[in-house]
Write a protein that binds this ligand. Structure first.
Ligand code: PAJ
Length: 285
């Protein structure tokens, strides 16, 4: 497996492969890879002849008081997982490569992509600037890679909405593919941030998937009213007082705006603080 450090080399590789008639799949990640990431890579391998995994802890999507400095980094293990899952290339640029203007000695100039409106909803409401950073780095990756398809997890459902809209608005030629949430046997959605949890917090964190399942169960019984569905989700959280809810909402997956009645394309999404760790989960209704 090849490790590529610059956008120019990534594009040259991608153009070379596509010139040979291959399709190219891109799986953007921030590393600390787990079975959720592996499922994206495997789906990319299934649908594309060549697969590149990007590993870049993107500074612009972290707030000043967030975990950028201590975000888990284990590049060697990540490369082994990417290779074992079937990727041909890992794209691992330095911060200077992705943001030349903003590093020490840079000229302080830089281009950002902001999906207005959407960027301020759900996670964007409690993490100002987060989705601007996500939209910017994903746009840069899509432009550099010129992939046929790029793969994202439903786990980050609001991020998916932002990326889909960014790709549509910028007329990006890459198809956005969304893959299902991979969970631990007890229901906890896999996340690179789960390593922050103590044993007690790990137990408390199950309240997120419990709330999501409770809402799905009520939908299966025929309930469609948002107030009833959200109330059930919130009641599950109320039984776990150590966990602080950020949001628990029934929204349209495209606009991320609240709906009154659940229908196709409706998302029940939750975010909550378990100790100092913010976790998210969701289900598409
Ligand atoms: P990261 O958190 O590393 O996630 C990379 C991709 O893996 C995302 O598309 C995410 O939704 C997906 N993923 C994470 N946990 C998953 C799970 N349990 N099941 C299925 N997929 C899962 O999301 C980011 O990085 C960044 O914001 C990024 C898009 C790379 C931009 O920097």
């Amino acid at each position: 497996m090849e490790i590529v450090r610059t956008a120019a080399k990534l594009r040259a590789w991608s153009r070379g492969e596509r010139g040979k008639g291959q399709t190219v799949g891109l799986v953007p990640t921030m590393g600390a890879l787990h079975a959720g990431h592996a499922s994206l890579i495997e789906e990319a391998v299934r649908l594309c002849g060549r697969v590149v995994v990007s590993i870049f802890v993107n500074p612009t999507q972290f707030g000043p008081n967030e975990d950028f400095a201590r975000y888990p980094r284990n590049f060697e293990a990540d490369c082994r997982l990417a290779e074992a899952s079937g990727a041909q290339v890992v794209f691992a640029p330095a911060v200077e490569e992705m943001y030349p203007g903003s590093v020490e000695g840079g000229d302080g100039v830089g281009t950002f992509v902001d999906v207005e409106g959407l960027s301020g909803r759900l996670d964007g409401a409690s993490r100002p600037g987060h989705f601007r950073g996500v939209a910017t780095v994903v746009a840069k990756l899509l432009i550099a890679c010129e992939a046929d398809r790029a793969f994202f997890g439903q786990k980050d459902a609001a991020q998916v909405a932002v990326i889909r809209r960014m790709a549509a608005d910028l007329a990006v030629g890459t198809e956005i593919v969304v893959c299902p949430i991979v969970r631990e046997a007890d229901g906890l959605a896999l996340s690179s941030r789960n390593v922050y949890l103590s044993a007690e917090e790990r137990r408390q964190a199950l309240v997120l998937s419990r709330a999501v399942r409770a809402v799905e169960g009520l939908v299966a019984e025929g309930e469609r009213r948002a107030d009833a569905l959200v109330a059930v989700g919130r009641a599950v959280f109320a039984a776990e007082p150590g966990v602080r809810v950020d949001y628990a909402a029934l929204v349209d997956w495209g606009t991320l705006l609240p709906v009154e009645v659940a229908g196709p394309g409706t998302l029940f999404a939750v975010a909550a603080w378990v100790g100092a760790t913010r976790l998210i989960d969701n289900a598409v209704i």
